[in-house]
Design a protein around this ligand. Structure first.
Ligand code: NAD
Ligand code: ZN
Length: 354
């Protein structure tokens, strides 16, 4: 398991098969005393795993559940309110806990409910997507506003992250691809040896052993945990986690959310950031080798031709704080070491047009 140490809390990320059958027993230890729990999950995950989690509690436990529609649209004010209503109706109190059983959508939403219900109650993350190895660690929780994604939220660290990797077996290939981009990202920004290992071992998502999967997750989560431990509230190096995201977000926004997965957009963004790093920082990464690897894994490597380059540039300059007309982006000084650079828009425009 991986440990996360922040100012506000220390917690464990447990990665193993079969954990969904042990949740009740584990939480009895961990959350003592706990008056009741509310399991939040979504309509895709519930049929597979909700029953197992409920049955892992003994008769003395008070367990409620709430199933939201799957999809980003559920990170809304209305579903947030529905969850608060449920919590009030069943009488969750300050000794209760929320369990988020699902991907990043469930984690962000249920986490925000836990962060705000009665000024904050405890919560536990049970990620069921590969992407959620990233989103379940670090304490960022949020819902969306009509005018912007993740615009309403807070920092609320979980009591624990219980990652039952059996759950990944039902995950569609597209979602594997989306989540794996964040794994690659963690290698690029902080762990060159891990990156090399990934390149060697991961050329498809079809034939993975449990050992390799669990090992990969532990290493990827360690990077996230280290970064968060050093900079919980993103005053400094936590921003390195945005590697590939400045262009990635712009692509997602212009194509329309749901038209491309987050990870696939980030993959294109990472290749772009590598090119820009070569341009700005006098390094050579042999980018073709990454392009080939990404293609092998099924990613797109080029910015979709339909997208308007000038609009991408505009979104990129709005994405993060702009300093004197420059665009702030995460680049690599070398493999495994990220840095933040203020880049003149012209430099970016040239590469976007290539
Ligand atoms: P998601 O939660 O929508 O899951 C993707 C799809 O897979 C959904 O249709 C879901 O129902 C389905 N699914 C989930 N688990 C499954 C399983 N085991 N088997 C079969 N289907 C399953 O999306 P996601 O990619 O996990 O997360 C994306 C969200 O995470 C976004 O809202 C994003 O803003 C957020 N996010 C948050 C952070 C953070 O630090 N808090 C970081 C990155 C992303
Ligand atoms: Zn991301």
């Amino acid at each position: 398991s991986v440990h996360v140490q922040t100012m506000s809390k220390q917690y464990e990320v447990r990665i193993d098969t079969g954990l969904r059958h042990q949740v009740g027993a584990l939480l009895k230890e961990l959350l003592q005393p706990v008056s009741s729990v509310l399991i939040v999950t979504d309509s895709n995950v519930a049929p597979f795993y909700l029953k197992d989690v409920i049955q892992s509690f003994d008769e003395s436990a008070v367990v409620y559940d709430y199933v939201i529609e799957s999809g980003e649209a559920s990170k809304s004010f209305s579903v947030y309110e529905q969850l608060l209503t449920k919590a009030l109706e069943v009488g969750l109190d300050r000794k209760s806990a929320v369990i988020a059983l699902g991907g990043g959508v469930v984690g962000d939403l249920a986490g925000f409910v836990a962060a705000t219900y009665m000024r904050g109650i405890r919560f536990v993350q049970m990620p069921t997507t590969l992407l959620a190895h990233d989103s379940s660690v670090g304490g960022k929780v949020a819902i969306n506003h009509r005018l912007g994604k993740n615009m309403v939220g807070s920092f609320h660290q979980p009591e624990a992250v219980l990652y039952d990797t059996d759950c990944l077996m039902s995950l569609p290939e597209e979602e594997w691809k989306s989540g794996f981009a964040e794994v690659i990202k963690h290698g690029f920004i902080r762990d060159e040896a891990f990156l090399k290992q990934l390149e060697k071992e991961w050329t498809s998502f079809k034939t993975i052993s449990v050992e390799r999967l669990n090992d990969m997750l532990a290493r990827s989560i360690s990077v996230k945990a280290d970064v968060v431990s050093e900079d919980e509230q993103e005053h400094g190096i936590r921003a390195h986690l945005n590697f590939g995201h400045t262009l990635g977000h712009a692509i997602e926004a212009q194509l329309g959310y749901g038209k491309i997965t987050h990870g696939e957009a980030v993959a294109i963004g990472m290749l772009f950031a590598l090119r820009l790093s070569e341009e700005m920082l006098n390094v050579n990464f042999h980018i073709e080798q990454y392009e080939n690897w990404f293609l092998q894994l099924g990613y797109r490597t080029k910015i979709p031709a339909s997208l308007n380059r000038e609009r991408l540039l505009q979104t990129m300059s709005k994405d993060k704080k702009v300093e004197a007309g420059t665009i702030r982006m995460v680049l690599l000084k070398r493999l495994g070491e990220a840095t933040i650079v203020n880049i003149p828009p012209e430099k970016i425009r040239v590469l976007l047009d290539e």
